[in-house]
Design a protein around this ligand. Structure first.
Ligand code: HEM
Length: 432
């Protein structure tokens, strides 16, 4: 289907076939991002990994750094870090189970800050985390659909800031200054640590001090700065959403929870926490993660793409610069692909003796498409599986008595760029 906001055409792809044919197979045409003149140009955020046009050489350079910096092999090199953050997470959950959402958020932020900058966050109100959150809030406001006319009538960007009605120009000056300061802070911190000899091994230092001894130019350093900047923005909310949905789904599916726990205990016993090297052995838990990503999609509309030229597809004409969105939610709940799509059933993804085919892997849709597909998917999977395994090996999760008194309410979902199941009251109790 398609609709217009002012002069902007938005095309929504609802079928797997259309998404695959256009966003994957024609990715050289469909991998740009819609231009937000307010955010990208007036506020100076064009160069972020998320916003930069795929036609810009920088996008290829960012992706190359991210590919090597957080691919499967690199992810394994962060195992000690992930495992030490798991110990911290489990301790916090034991101390204050009711604050589980805060602990998940903290874990996601702590892990990615250590990976990106070798920075250990302090309390809930950590300066760097606050900085990153502020940047993401400003970006959200600057991108709000329909809010800024300049996004639809780009000539308005030449209106001087003193002109009546040009409040957007004055707002952009304030936001640009704030965003510049915010995005430079962690990189500068790493530089200072390197100068003092107190830096920790991380994505940024590995690139600034390459093992082949090559001197990094100022332009290369700028590319590294923006690539690292994409890590927090990509990881924090998404991991939080998926793990929050996981905990709530476990509360209402005790049978699934028990089966996953048995698998974990069979492999790790009852006394030790799971390690990253154990993760490939967890067949059922891996299926649980797939089912979480399918039944509660983290990014229900992925991120918008833009087509760089007019295109024809199955009799439809898609105009140049149309915004093209994949309806990931509808794909994940398509009965043809996932029979009984509203039931939570990880065995969809496990081959059985009856010869039933395993259902399609939802990771092909959960992490986006073509040249913009999520570069952090391996890292995300490893870090989430570890938290899932650690949580189930130590705690039992159930709906609170208050919730179950009148029968369980139907699951609801938050809306937004990222989404998760709306929290209801649960109990998280340490296993005896
Ligand atoms: C549950 C976890 C995650 C999910 C579901 C997820 C999903 C996505 C999606 C749907 C996109 C947009 C793809 C598109 O436009 O087609 C994306 C992009 C991106 N993700 Fe993830 N992501 C997750 C975790 C992570 C992590 C852990 C990182 C970093 C360590 C990360 C880094 C990025 C970056 C940098 C982009 C921008 C890519 C670009 O525009 O070229 N993500 N992710």
């Amino acid at each position: 289907m398609s609709f217009r906001i002012y002069n902007q055409t938005i095309v929504v792809l609802n079928s797997t076939k259309a998404v695959h044919d256009l966003l994957n197979n024609r990715s050289q045409l469909y991998s740009d991002r819609p231009r937000s003149w307010m955010l990208h140009d007036l506020c100076g955020r064009r160069n972020t990994v998320f916003n930069i046009p795929a036609t810009d050489e920088r996008h290829r350079q960012y992706r190359a750094l991210l590919r090597t910096g957080i691919n499967q092999r690199a992810t394994l090199s962060y195992a000690p870090l992930l495992e030490s953050e798991l110990i911290d997470f489990v301790q916090r959950l034991e101390d204050s189970p009711a604050s589980y959402q805060g602990h998940i958020r903290r874990n996601a932020a702590a892990v990615i800050m250590r990976v990106a900058y070798g920075y250990t966050i302090s309390g809930q109100d950590d300066f760097f985390v606050r900085t990153a959150e502020e940047a993401s809030q400003i970006s959200g406001r600057a991108m709000a659909p329909g809010r800024w006319l300049v996004n639809y009538f780009p000539l308005l960007r030449f209106v001087p800031s003193w002109f009546p009605g040009a409040g957007f120009q004055r707002q952009a000056v304030i936001w640009r200054k704030e965003l510049d300061a915010l995005s430079g802070t962690p990189h500068k911190w790493v530089r200072d640590q390197m100068a003092a000899g107190t830096d920790k091994d991380c994505f940024t230092t590995r690139l600034l001090r390459p093992s082949n001894g090559k001197i990094v130019t100022a332009n290369e350093e700028d590319i590294i700065k923006w690539a690292s900047g994409g890590l927090y923005a990509g990881a924090a909310d998404t991991t939080f959403s998926a793990l929050t949905s996981f905990v709530l789904l476990m509360a209402v599916h005790p049978d699934v929870q028990e089966r996953a726990r048995s698998e974990i205990i069979e492999i790790d016993g009852v006394s030790q926490l799971p390690s990253v090297s154990d993760l490939p052995k967890f067949v059922y838990l891996a299926a649980v993660l797939k089912e979480v990503l399918r039944s509660a999609p983290v990014a229900p509309l992925a991120l918008p793409h833009q087509v760089i030229e007019g295109d024809l597809y199955e009799g439809y004409s898609i105009p140049k610069h149309a915004t093209v969105m994949a309806n990931v939610w509808s794909i994940m709940h398509d009965e043809q692909m996932y029979p009984d799509p509203y039931s939570f059933d990880p065995t969809r993804f496990i081959a059985d003796d009856t010869g039933n085919a395993v259902q399609p892997d939802p990771r092909a849709y959960a992490f986006g498409f073509g040249r913009r597909g999520c570069p952090g998917s391996h890292f995300a999977e490893t870090s989430m599986l570890l938290i899932m395994a650690g949580t189930l090996s130590r705690f039992k999760i159930s709906p609170s008595v208050k919730e179950t008194a009148g029968g369980l309410p139907p699951l609801e979902y938050t809306s937004g760029l990222t989404s998760h199941i709306k929290p209801f009251d649960i109990d998280i109790v340490p296993l005896k």
